[in-house]
Design a protein around this ligand. Structure first.
Ligand code: APR
Length: 246
């Protein structure tokens, strides 16, 4: 099938959706200048996952981990939503206005979906705009301004950490359950810019398909999900999404 035909079919599918669930990954923010993880030159090429994305890594070197996130927060502070984020926000407005249901499930911690105007966003991996205490229940929004030293908890003086989900940690239960529900109910599912290999988020794709949804994927390259979706569109999300959200 030609690219044009695939785009046309995806457009029709989205136009017919009554209950849409969308899963996004780092690829949707790539065109906003936020680095992805697993592509050549991506974040996991230069940083050790065990050191910067586990509770053990943080415990052994809090200043080093905060230095790494300081750099990431700087990139996010200047990043602007791109045409892909904007198209998803527009799609949500349209579906909600027609009395439908729209759920945007993101693995991203950059806040760009909300900035683009998306409302029903489930942040499966937390947000770099928030910190939380490593000991007590303290948590707070701090935005993307500079944090160049290890912050201390105003309640108990323990180290504060970025409020993101690290490897080996549970996803926020409420967001996860809402995501599962949305994937079980949706009639159309859209995966955008995710390598579709990090669990449990990646399992949502199968879940939606098994529950009967038609599935579309947008990615620069094939992923493990490309074989199972109904339509796999290859190319930049910032170019493809505005074409299929019309
Ligand atoms: N448009 C569409 N897809 C793109 C674009 C783009 N402009 N740029 C990159 N991609 C695709 C890549 O081909 C790749 O498949 O986005 C995907 C990014 O994959 P990852 O870097 O693995 O990011 P993600 O899937 O979000 O990773 C999941 O892993 O390390 C953790 O917590 C981190 O949330 C992250 C999780």
């Amino acid at each position: 099938m030609s690219d044009e035909t695939l785009i046309h079919r995806a457009m029709q599918l989205l136009a017919s959706a009554r209950r849409l669930a969308v899963l996004t990954g780092a690829g949707i923010s790539a065109e906003s200048g936020v680095p992805t993880f697993r592509e050549p030159g991506g974040l996991w090429d230069t940083a050790h996952v065990d050191k910067v994305a586990t509770a053990e890594g943080f415990a052994s070197d809090p200043p080093g981990v905060w230095r790494w996130y300081h750099q990431r927060r700087r990139e996010m502070a200047v990043a602007q939503p791109n045409a892909g984020h904007v198209a998803l926000a527009e799609l949500e407005r349209r579906i909600i206005a027609d009395g439908g249901e729209f759920t945007l499930i993101t693995q991203n911690v950059d806040g760009l979906h909300a900035e683009a105007g998306s409302r029903n966003v489930l942040r499966l991996h937390g947000s770099l705009a928030y910190v939380r205490c490593t000991r007590c229940d303290f948590g707070r929004r701090v935005g993307m301004g500079p944090i160049d030293d290890v912050p201390a908890c105003p309640q108990c003086d323990a180290h504060l950490r970025p409020d993101v989900v690290w490897f080996g940690e549970e996803l926020p239960a409420e967001a996860w359950q809402a995501a599962v529900g949305a994937c079980e109910r949706c009639d159309v599912f859209l995966a955008v810019g995710t390598s579709a290999i990090v669990q449990p988020a990646a399992a949502l794709i199968e879940l939606a398909i098994d529950a009967g949804a038609k599935a579309v994927e947008i990615n620069l390259a094939p992923t493990p999900a490309s074989e199972t979706v109904d339509i796999a569109l290859q190319g930049p999300a910032g170019e493809i999404l505005p074409q299929i959200v019309q």
